[in-house]
Design a binder for this molecule. Structure first.
Ligand code: ADP
Ligand code: TRP
Length: 329
């Protein structure tokens, strides 16, 4: 029997460092914004992080911090189910089943794998089959929607292909998931103008202090136009971040000043620091509440995993049956 008739939406994030503005706007915020429309789940993708992080303390701390970050950033556990991937082991079983359907040559086309190879990095088997684990994360929920940032587009394509391959080989069990990639967010620029990313050391962390925010914002590169010059807001990294955190009224005044002249980049950056401070203040307060209440956080994660396992066990029973694996009972 169906527990909930709303379409299922799922997304997750790897615990590989401090959550930043790109992660929040590209992924988590969308799940929060859609909490009333769909049956939403967000998970901490700790198995995915294992491809890189090998230090157990760092691994544990990152996982815990990401749980605090999600709750601090406004994920309401009464509305959105949150769990840690490693608490739902069914996903690894499904990953194996999918691995036996997907060809190596197809996985070799994955951007993440190709980039690592191009850089001459050693690629472990986990990194190579990352798209299969991600497909399993998504499909085991029978998700319809997957909000992610632009850089995950190819991974969603893989999940769709895996679903089609399974459905045509065995039985039509999996809906074909759709990525939800917001044009209005696009790729959030980092403090060096490239994509904001933990791996580029160019982030504005979501829980940064005022001083840290100021230091980061002042680093954002701009062109050499003077105060009175026309500036194209679309070409400006500072304005791009304004468009995410500055209230609409102030944003349209700012846009006008960019177009008509009368604002320098220094002032625009100072205004951005103010906007970020007020946008992030409630986040800091909420995170510090959860930090002081670790037992509550543990309970939330446990409850999320229990709820998820009911669903994943149901899916796996269907999957095993369709594959001819479970025929004794
Ligand atoms: P990072 O590049 O910092 O390691 P992740 O790969 O952990 O980020 O991404 C977590 C989620 O955040 C993904 O859905 C990803 O698409 C999204 N994301 C990451 N960076 C950005 C960005 N700069 N702009 C928009 N979305 C982003
Ligand atoms: N690959 C995603 C990232 O790097 C994290 C992730 C793992 C994910 N499994 C997922 C996102 C399933 C959405 C759905 O950010």
């Amino acid at each position: 029997m169906k527990e909930n008739k709303k379409p299922i939406l799922i997304s997750g994030m790897k615990p590989t460092g401090k959550m930043h503005l790109g992660n929040f706007f590209g992924s988590l915020k969308q799940v929060i914004d859609l909490e009333d429309k769909y049956d939403n789940t967000y998970f901490i993708a700790d198995f995915h992080a294992l491809t890189g992080v090998k230090n157990s303390k760092e691994f544990r701390d990152n996982t815990w911090d990401l749980a605090l970050d999600c709750l601090g950033a406004g994920l309401d556990p009464k509305k959105i189910c949150i769990y840690k991937q490693s608490d739902v082991p069914e996903v690894t079983e499904l990953t194996w089943f999918f691995s036996c359907l997907i060809n190596v040559s197809y996985l070799m086309r994955a951007h993440a794998y190709k980039d690592a190879q191009a850089k001459g990095e050693e690629v472990n088997c986990g990194t190579f089959s990352y798209p299969i684990l991600m497909a399993a994360d998504i499909l085991i929920h029978k998700s319809r929607f997957v909000p992610v940032g632009e850089d995950q587009r190819q991974h969603i394509e893989y999940a769709r292909d895996v679903a089609e391959k399974f459905n045509s080989t065995y039985k039509k069990i999996f809906p074909i998931p759709e990525g939800v990639i917001l044009e209005s967010v696009g790729t959030v620029p980092g403090t060096d103008g490239r994509k904001m990313s933990k791996s580029y050391n160019n982030t504005i962390p979501l829980f940064a202090t005022h001083e840290e925010i100021k230091k980061a914002v002042m680093k954002i590169p701009t062109d050499s136009k003077g105060v009175e010059d026309y500036k194209d807001p679309k070409e400006c990294f500072v304005f791009k971040i304004h468009s995410l955190v500055t209230p609409e009224g102030e944003l349209s005044i700012l846009r006008k000043r960019y177009l008509e002249g009368g604002i320098g980049y220094k002032e625009s950056k100072e205004l951005l620091v103010e906007s970020l401070d007020s946008y992030l203040k409630p986040f800091r307060e909420k995170r510090s509440y959860y930090e002081k209440n670790p037992e509550e956080v543990k309970k939330i994660l446990k409850k999320g995993a229990d709820k998820t396992r009911k669903r994943t066990q149901e899916t796996m029973a269907e999957v095993r049956k369709s594959m001819g694996i479970s025929f004794l009972k």
